[in-house]
Design a protein around this ligand. Structure first.
Ligand SMILES: Nc1ncnc2c1ncn2[C@@H]1O[C@H](COP(=O)(O)OP(=O)(O)OP(=O)(O)O)[C@@H](O)[C@H]1O
Ligand SMILES: [Mg+2]
Length: 234
């Protein structure tokens, strides 16, 4: 598996938001996408999913261009997206939400056993309406719904936002296990410390451009890019 973005440019109407985003991702790799507010992190994920018009450049999965494909087709090809703020169907049960993922990916319901193994608390709440869950529980269901599509690439937009420490650990563990099973993950995150704990590689976005790429170990030795591109104080 290989996901490639080459000089991707696009935006909303006439407003250019992405102005040259390039990176590549292989199976079992976790790539953290970091940058200031408004740098274009969410827009990059939307572009991959076909939710943001790409004007020039190329997005390809295993060499096949994704341009002009519908979002549901892209899910069917093996890319799943967990948007910021989770966005479950609040009036549907947990199980119905998970089945939406199975449907979207054209996968087998047996895949849900893997979801329950990854997130045991989800199994205990299958009949509960999704909107009544805590934020952390909703994050597990949102990731579970994405994984129910049996993706090869998982796009996560700020999965740790507003989560208490024990749930942060559960999500970190889940990302680690997905990596082991060969799923590639693009992790957009404001919490740089958490992102660096799971990332194999970091791409910094600045004003819609992929400005710098680094390994977490290199950032530990020299955190200057973290100051420059994310504004963290350490
Ligand atoms: N629907 C929209 N219409 C027009 N401009 C938009 C729209 N959504 C986002 N933008 C603009 O696109 C730019 C990139 O936004 P994006 O949401 O991709 O950034 P981000 O890196 O995810 O930021 P954050 O850290 O705040 O989530 C910003 O300047 C934003 O104002
Ligand atoms: Mg965002």
């Amino acid at each position: 598996m290989k996901l490639e973005l080459e000089d991707v440019r696009g935006g909303y109407g006439r407003v250019a938001v992405l102005k040259g985003v390039s990176f590549a991702l292989a199976a079992g790799e976790v790539l953290a996408l970091l940058g200031h507010n408004g740098a274009g992190k969410t827009s990059t994920l939307k572009a991959i999913m076909g939710l943001l018009p790409v004007r020039t450049g190329r997005i390809a999965l295993d060499g096949a261009g994704l341009a002009d494909r519908e979002p549901h087709t892209i899910v069917g090809l093996g890319i799943a997206y967990v948007p910021q703020g989770r966005r479950l169907f609040p009036y549907l049960s947990v199980e119905e939400n998970l089945r939406m993922g199975v449907l979207a990916g054209g996968s087998d319901v047996r895949v849900l056993e893997e979801v329950y193994a990854l997130f045991p608390p989800v199994r205990e709440r299958l009949r509960q309406r999704a909107g009544t869950l805590s934020g952390g529980q909703q994050q597990m269901v949102a990731m579970g719904r994405a994984l129910a599509a049996s993706p090869r690439v998982l796009l996560l937009d700020e999965p740790f936002e507003g989560l208490q420490p024990s749930l942060v650990q559960a999500i970190l563990r889940a990302i680690g296990r997905l990596r082991e099973s060969g799923v590639a993950v693009v992790l957009v995150e404001q919490r740089v410390d958490l992102a660096l704990r799971v990332a194999d590689r970091v791409v910094f976005l600045q004003n819609g451009v992929s400005a710098h790429e680094a390994l977490p170990a290199a950032l530990q030795r020299d955190p200057e890019p973290l100051y420059r591109y994310v504004g963290v104080r350490r």
